[in-house]
Design a protein around this ligand. Structure first.
Ligand code: FAD
Length: 320
């Protein structure tokens, strides 16, 4: 028996599928027949999901304030119990993705493999690849036993490319009675205000680290990011120090970015930082220590003081 029936847990933001969902659909369509499972209103985004490979879209419809975790897991289990059991379910490594996956794991009595960056199918064997030790070593693991296999993937593991067919049918996947698990409801949603491109989608990312010396100097990073129409990012050191919010953190416990250009200013290049940015196409590092590990991945290294280099860069960009 070969792997064929693949589900992708697809999420939407501001009325469109998230990039992470499109990345998974793109990968999944190379493995078999793809169904997107939307916990929420799937009809509106079905055409976009189809474009990236979903032949069918399960949709729970509006959740009416219910939490996606319990609702999604119960709805998925109901479809599986009803006879449409996928071989593999791919989840984005997002809050809801992980929540639904872990609850489904308990319901189905199946293990989960998380934090993966690749997947391959060989006959009826599904293997996932997972970075460990901050990305120093890659581990390949095969699922054993019977499916559905549950796997979550880090964002930016795959390139999102359109190329599927038109969206197939949208099939209702009712949320069964959740009992006590349905007791909690969402009463308010706060969206962090931001201007400019999103950090994980920007073509240019300018990130600052402890080498900036003090919180106020992060303004230089912001200025260069704005001048290049990019997004500002940060190392964990300065997030932990309270200089900038966590939403700006790049790395193992922050965001994964793959811009065309990544500028690291005063960042040493710890493995936990590099795992979040080393896939960038062009890396420029500014550091006063020529032995700093960041220079090991940099395409252009500037050995110098950020307080001298960044103002010059700002001046040069402003005069363009
Ligand atoms: P430092 O390591 O202190 O480096 C500062 C650099 O600035 C140095 O290289 C120094 O030479 C240079 N410098 C100093 N002054 C100047 C100057 N005037 N001009 C130019 N250069 C200067 N880190 C992350 O970033 N992201 C993560 O997601 C993350 N997750 C982690 C998860 C775990 C479980 C753990 C244990 C750690 C994690 N870390 C993460 C922390 C990581 O190990 C490093 O501590 C952190 O990345 C260091 O930040 P930094 O490079 O800004 O600071």
């Amino acid at each position: 028996m070969a792997i064929d029936n693949i589900w992708v847990f697809a999420e939407a933001a501001e009325g469109a599928p998230t990039t992470a969902s499109l990345e998974l659909l793109t990968k999944a369509r190379g493995l078999g027949t793809v169904t997107a499972f939307v916990v929420g209103d799937g009809a509106g985004i079905a055409p976009a999901l189809g474009e990236y490979g979903a032949a069918k879209v399960y949709s729970t419809g509006d959740l009416d304030g219910k939490l996606p975790g319990p609702s999604g897991a119960a709805a998925m289990q109901a479809v599986i119990d009803g006879g449409d059991a996928p071989d593999l379910i791919m989840f984005p490594q997002s809050y809801s993705g992980r929540d639904v996956m872990s609850r489904l794991s308990v319901k189905l009595g199946r293990t989960v493999l998380t934090n993966n960056t690749d997947v391959a199918a060989d006959g009826d064997t599904v293997k996932v690849t997972t970075p460990v030790f901050g990305g120093e070593t890659m581990v390949t693991t095969s699922f054993t036993g019977s499916g559905p296999y549950l796997a979550a993937f880090r964002p930016k593991s795959f390139e999102a490319e359109a190329g599927g067919a038109a969206a197939g049918e949208v099939v209702a996947a009712a949320v069964p009675d959740l009992g006590a698990a349905g007791g909690a409801t969402v009463t308010a949603v706060h969206v962090e205000e931001s201007t400019g491109p999103k950090l994980d989608e920007a073509a240019v990312v300018v990130a600052g680290g402890r080498g900036l010396g003090e919180a106020d100097k992060f303004a230089m990073v912001d200025d260069v990011a704005k001048l290049l129409q990019g997004a500002a990012g940060a190392s964990r050191a300065i997030v932990d120090a309270g200089w900038v919010p966590y939403s700006m953190q790049v790395g193992q416990t922050g965001k994964v970015v793959k811009p065309n250009v990544y500028i690291a200013a005063g960042i040493s290049g710890a493995t936990q930082h590099m795992v979040g940015m080393k896939g960038s196409k062009n890396i420029i590092a500014i550091n006063k220590d020529e032995e700093a590990p960041i220079f090991g991945v940099a395409d252009l290294g500037i050995v110098g003081d950020v307080h001298k280099v960044m103002p010059k860069l700002i001046e040069a960009l402003q005069s363009r």
